[in-house]
Design a protein around this ligand. Structure first.
Ligand SMILES: *Cc1c(COP(=O)(O)O)cnc(C)c1O
Length: 864
């Protein structure tokens, strides 16, 4: 019989064990080994049965066992020590507390979070990154408040059918059975959030509070009784439904999220955020809510509120894959934000403008969440150097007149949280050399001092753990697929703890090319079965439930791995999640990645593997394009732009096989007299020592704090001071500039001495401009100069600002200056006028520029 309601009954702990509850309710346990050890010792067998989920552990542990522990003095001492350690961790000053001018608080919005396998609220890299961001903020004392949704069915768990087809299950989640508490007000009543919907309806939500170390995380949940069933189902699944459903989720996340923050800060006394960080477009509506607040609370106009909001907003874009970007039909947005639900302060037409693709190649029928995110944020970044470039190209239309290089989208390369991803044995090795290696994220270079024998021993421990665990998982998977006892006996011998182990695990969108390694199955088979230098591959990954193509790729892999001759050397492990990911990145010797360049924005799994001493074997894309140095792994040459898709796959697969045969396995099996692969270990140590400091999320967060959060807070303060005088004047100024801009022109440019230019001389330039009624202080007039290519483009221009204009008649102005000629070769220059205001974060911010009429710029012959 099926239960009509389900709930979780919480154990009442004996008084002496009460601190256990405090420990469980703070997710710091997910990356704190001593706390996990303590949970393990509560009931070692049960701990494995509940898959290391402490809430389930306490829910299912035998009360007699608890009574026993409540009298166990040694256990109690450890319990108190661990609880004291947590309190110290929560209260002592950390890195951020030594800074002077950082924001008082930062709100971080993300549609998904990967914190622990016990909270399956993530689908892939975006969520894992968000989880690592919060954990690292906690370690560094950065005052972040995380905001998200609580999905009642999370993301699916994956299994396989007998013929290798992906099956999805959405196990229901009872928030009472999770390490969450309901946010309650002063009277202990649950806090209710609501947002308006069409036809005068409201969508209600409650708010769950998770504690990620020092960081509070607010999760909105629409499954409350005041909602009708469709409304209750809005937060049912991550990336589940189509247009309407998705839009409603995002309205709740953005608009409801801001309201939840206001409630939380009021109740807890937490500082109000000065900066809002939008992790990908999904949460973009938060900007609209803040505009609405400013209009109603501060009496600002829409444009003034927009300036104030933008100043304190950071937007991070995460993918160059168009399908990864949220786009809604404009009509849908009009339906939900217009009509009876229209807020007269935030007119739907203004909202539509913010998300409009009103640039060449844009689609006039869609509302683009990333585009809105960029218009609502004064600071925008991609997630690796290469992705920054790709994003400037992709979104350059928003800053029309500027060269791609000047599009104001920067980049901060992602990083990973060491405490979560690095094997305990590696952490112990590292902290033997440097005690502060984990907490401070520093000192990884000392790993060079670890002996090679010691490093090899630890690498084997981790590989062996992966092999053991893979066998267990493989056995479970085969039984689920209907195999009997006799058919699974071989699994006890599957994989080998001494064989070169390659890991490949990721979501399965087509650009990740799950099956590239199988392009030539016979060649792969020969590599796996090489009698002297065998190779084994462990594969995992989930396809989006609606992605039939992805499921076919998984099926192809599973069928290949089912074959009797190779099944001990290649395995597909179902249900890729944080727990499996940890096991893989720690246990593999080589981390393989074969995306279609440049579609991998960053990729983080290879960083996790590198921190554990795995060598990367990857197409130069994302972070690997930036940090591959020839000694930390191998770059698979990309045939990007050289060949059609099929030919390209063939070329890249052939290069992959060649690297595997001639370099990777050759080096792994090249042993000295004592059995150590010296050259391999040299690369391992080099990898940890040099990549360690770069790929850590501590580096990433420091970059966000110094390059984004702190400048954004300072811009926001400049806007807000004196009753938002800054926002008011900036909005008025921009309006004046936009109106006058069509009249701004560079009318005349003249130089002398172009006939015989020499290095070391100066080129005098005189310019006549019409400012169309603007003041000289409203603009910068500048000469862009530098080397030119065959098309006369100035590749990396330097700028000389021209000052002190003189009247040139008819309201025109004459500017003059001298361009230094510092290098020989083809040289060119041009002149332009751009708006200038101290509150602009970038000269391209408004997308306005005036240049001389064509042919502009002048090229000279060689400079001597
Ligand atoms: C790290 C991680 C990802 C993201 O990895 P990519 O390299 O960006 O594909 C996805 N899922 C899980 C479970 C992870 O641990």
């Amino acid at each position: 019989m099926k239960a009509i309601r389900r709930f979780t009954v919480r154990t009442v702990l004996p008084e002496p064990l009460r601190p256990l509850e405090e420990l469980v309710l703070n997710l710091r346990w997910s990356w704190h080994h001593e706390t996990l050890d303590l949970f393990h010792d509560v009931d070692p067998t049960l701990w494995d049965e509940v898959r290391q989920d402490p809430v389930r552990l306490l829910g299912e542990v035998d009360p007699e066992r608890l009574e026993l522990l409540a009298r166990d003095r040694r256990f109690l001492r450890r319990l108190h020590d661990t609880a004291d350690d947590l309190r110290d961790y929560l209260n002592e000053p950390r890195w951020y507390q030594s800074l002077a001018d950082g924001p008082r608080a930062v709100a971080y919005f993300s549609p998904e979070y990967g914190i622990t396998a016990a909270l399956p609220q993530y689908s892939g890299g975006l969520g894992i990154l968000a989880g690592d961001h919060l954990k690292t903020a906690s370690d560094m004392g950065v005052p972040i408040i995380g905001v998200g949704l609580l999905y009642r069915h999370g993301y699916f768990s994956q299994s396989l059918s007998p013929d290798g087809w992906q099956l999805e299950r959405y196990p229901p989640i009872d928030p009472n059975g999770l390490p969450l508490t309901l946010l309650r007000d002063e009277n202990a009543d649950p806090v209710g959030i609501s947002i308006g919907l069409p036809q005068g309806r409201d969508l209600h939500a409650q708010v769950w509070l998770a504690r990620v170390g020092r960081v509070p995380q607010l999760l909105l949940d629409s499954d409350v009784e005041v909602n009708d069933q469709p409304a209750r189902d809005i937060t049912d699944r991550l990336y589940g439904g189509g247009g309407d459903h998705r839009l409603l989720q995002e309205m709740l996340l953005g608009i409801g999220g801001v309201r939840a923050i206001r409630a939380y800060c009021r109740i807890s006394g937490h500082a109000e955020p000065e900066v809002f960080h939008t992790n990908e477009g999904h949460a973009g509506f938060l900007g609209l809510e803040r505009i609405r607040e400013l209009i109603s609370d501060e009496g600002l106009g829409f444009d003034e509120a927009l300036e104030a909001t933008r100043a304190g907003t950071v937007f991070t874009t995460h993918t160059p894959v168009p399908a990864g970007i949220d786009r809604f039909p404009r009509e849908l947005v009009r339906r939900y934000f217009g009509g009876a639900n229209e807020d007269h302060d935030v007119p739907v037409e203004r909202i539509l403008e913010l998300g409009a693709e009103d640039y060449p190649d844009g689609d006039p029928t869609v509302f683009n969440m990333a585009v809105m995110g960029m218009r609502l944020a004064q600071r925008v970044n991609g997630v690796s150097t290469l992705h920054g470039e790709v994003s400037r190209e992709m979104f350059g239309g928003l800053w029309g007149g500027f060269d791609r290089a000047e599009v104001p989208i920067g980049s901060i390369t992602n990083g990973v949280h060491a405490g979560t991803w690095v094997g305990r044995e590696i952490l112990e090795l590292a902290s033997r050399e440097v005690p502060s290696v984990v907490e401070a994220g520093q000192g990884w270079e000392k790993v060079r001092d670890v002996s090679e024998r010691e490093m090899w021993r630890v690498r084997r421990v981790l590989r062996e753990r992966l092999v053991q665990s893979a066998r267990t998982r493989l056995g479970e998977s085969w039984r689920t697929r209907g195999a009997g006892e006799a058919e699974t006996a071989w699994i006890d011998e599957a994989l080998d703890p001494d064989v070169l182990t390659i890991g490949f695990a990721r979501r399965v969108p087509s650009y990740k090319r799950l099956t590239l390694m199988m392009r030539d199955p016979e060649r792969l088979r020969a590599i796996l079965l090489d009698p002297d230098r065998p190779v084994q591959i462990v594969i995992a990954g989930k396809a989006h439930p609606a992605d039939e193509g992805g499921k076919r790729l998984i099926q192809a892999i599973v069928r290949f791995a089912d074959a009797e001759d190779v099944r001990h050397r290649v395995v597909f492990l179902p249900d890729y999640d944080i727990a499996l990911g940890r096991l893989l990145v720690q246990g593999c010797d080589v981390w393989l990645n074969t995306p279609l360049r440049p579609l991998e924005a960053c990729g983080t799994s290879g960083m996790k593997a590198a921190l554990n001493g795995a060598l990367n074997l990857s197409v130069r894309d994302g972070w690997w394009d930036e940090w591959h140095d020839g000694q930390n792994g191998w770059a698979i040459p990309s045939a990007d732009g050289l060949a059609g898709p099929d030919r390209r796959d063939a070329l890249e697969a052939a290069a992959l096989y060649e690297l595997l045969e001639d370099h990777v396995s050759a080096m792994f099996y090249d042993r000295d007299a004592s059995g150590l692969p010296r050259r391999w270990l040299e690369m391992v140590k080099h990898t940890i020592a040099t990549l360690g400091p770069k790929v850590l999320a501590t580096r990433m967060l420091r970059d966000y704090v110094t390059e984004c959060y702190t400048p954004a807070a300072s811009s926001a303060r400049a806007m807000g001071a004196d009753g938002y005088a800054g926002a008011r004047s900036l909005a008025a100024w921009k309006q004046r500039i936009r109106k006058a801009w069509p009249g701004v022109a560079v009318e005349h440019v003249e130089t002398q001495g172009e006939e015989s230019p020499h290095v070391g001389t100066r080129l005098p330039v005189r310019v006549v401009v019409d400012l169309g009624g603007l003041e000289p202080s409203d603009v910068t007039v500048e000469v862009a100069h530098g080397r030119v290519d065959e098309t006369d483009a100035i590749a990396e221009p330097s700028y000389l600002e021209l000052t002190r204009p003189e009247p040139a008649g008819d309201g025109r102005l004459r500017y003059a200056g001298e361009v230094p000629l510092v290098r020989s070769g083809a040289f060119g220059y041009s002149v332009r006028v751009v708006p200038r205001h101290e509150m602009l974060a970038d000269r391209a911010e408004m997308g306005l520029v005036a240049v001389p009429p064509p042919p502009h710029g002048m090229t000279n012959g060689d400079l001597r």
